[in-house]
Design a protein around this ligand. Structure first.
Ligand code: A2P
Length: 340
């Protein structure tokens, strides 16, 4: 069976990669509909060796589409995802807009694929935040074995998480600084080139940013356990592609670093890269960018706490953190749709 698929935000950093991954993984597509704003409507792109015209989302009829992958920002999803869903087009939404709604499945295919079958309650499935996805791919196997009670995490997030404008801002500022020119600041609240910024998204009343609270809410929802404590600090770093995370977990049962390494080496979607004597550990630009895996290294027991493990988790935020995870959800969804 083949499906009619729309990609909303087809000219964006994530949307472009969604189209590439649909091609790469030979998703069974009858017709592809790349959608964007009036600014890009009419432009042509290549898909499966054919030219396809980008259409304007504002006047698109979703009744001709089976599955729509949305990645054009929260406001666009808020307005158009319900319209698509009302036409029984299943929306896989990459924004944070619907993630916390109780009857919207929030899915990492390696962690809670069973949630996809509930798509019919709203016809919307949410794709989690990039930092949450890579963290949970690595932590879910440990949680199943030893029970994670608390997660301390500091992120090192690349500029592509802010879309094309984030990528452009890092390259423009880098050029300006090296040429002694004045800086333009718009995508981030401060200079990002040769700097780090401890703010991603807006601040909440509790002093945490929304990005940090996404890691709390989404971890609890995906693991189905509201008692798991998450203590995050999210930081933007001058890296183009790939988020890194220093993660410190506390478990109910003691688990050794060797046992964690064994789990990582046998779990889906994970690549273990942990040979301290050879300086082997993952880094975002060198190892993760352009690749699918969640890379894990620096696994060691916490010397300050008996049931603690430290680890370093790196993945391409545009691929596993966004486009790839959405396509993997779609692949699992069509296994259900094929039978209907
Ligand atoms: P466009 O290129 O027409 O502006 P990024 O996350 O890289 O910034 O990309 C955002 C994506 O969302 C782009 O594809 C952009 O299309 C699309 N987009 C932004 N606003 C709208 C809108 N109001 N309607 C449709 N698409 C939109």
């Amino acid at each position: 069976k083949k499906y009619n698929v729309a990609v909303v935000g087809a000219t964006g950093a994530v949307g472009k990669t969604m189209l590439e991954i649909l091609e790469e993984r030979h998703f069974p597509i009858a017709n592809i509909y790349p959608l964007a704003s009036a600014r890009s409507a009419g432009e042509k792109i290549d898909f499966n060796k054919k030219q396809v015209t980008i259409k304007n989302l504002a006047d698109f009829d979703f009744s001709q589409v089976d599955i729509a992958l949305f990645s054009a920002g929260g406001e666009v999803s808020a307005q158009y995802a319900p319209i698509a869903a009302s036409k029984k087009c299943v929306v896989i939404d990459n924004t944070s807009y619907f993630r916390n709604e109780e009857d919207v499945p929030l899915v990492v295919p390696e962690v809670n694929p069973e949630a996809i079958k509930d798509y019919k309650s709203t016809y919307i499935i949410a794709n989690p935040n990039c930092s949450t996805i890579q963290m949970l791919v690595a932590l879910a196997p440990i949680h199943r074995k030893a029970g994670i009670e608390r997660i301390n995490v500091a992120t090192y997030q690349s500029v592509s998480g802010a879309g094309n404008k984030g990528i452009d801002e890092l390259s423009e500022q880098t050029k300006s600084i090296l040429n002694f020119q004045p800086l333009k600041i718009s995508a981030f609240s401060h200079q990002i080139a040769f700097n780090v910024i401890p703010q991603i998204d807006q601040f909440q009343d509790n002093g945490y940013t929304r990005e940090e609270m996404k890691m709390v809410w989404e971890t609890q929802k995906i693991l189905g356990d509201r008692s798991i404590m998450v203590n995050p600090t999210c930081v933007r770093v001058p890296v183009f592609y790939g988020h890194s995370e220093a993660v410190h977990i506390e478990t109910r049962d003691k688990i050794t670093a060797e046992q964690v390494k064994q789990l990582m080496s046998e779990s889906a979607g994970i690549e273990l890269m942990d040979e301290p004597s050879a300086s082997a550990y993952p880094s975002p630009a060198v190892h993760s960018a352009g690749n699918d895996a969640v890379y894990v290294g620096r696994i060691r027991e916490d010397i300050s706490y008996d049931k603690g493990i430290n680890m370093w988790i790196v993945s391409d935020n545009i691929r596993k953190g966004a486009a790839l995870n959405s396509v993997q959800i779609a692949e699992k969804l069509i296994k259900i749709l094929d039978k209907e």
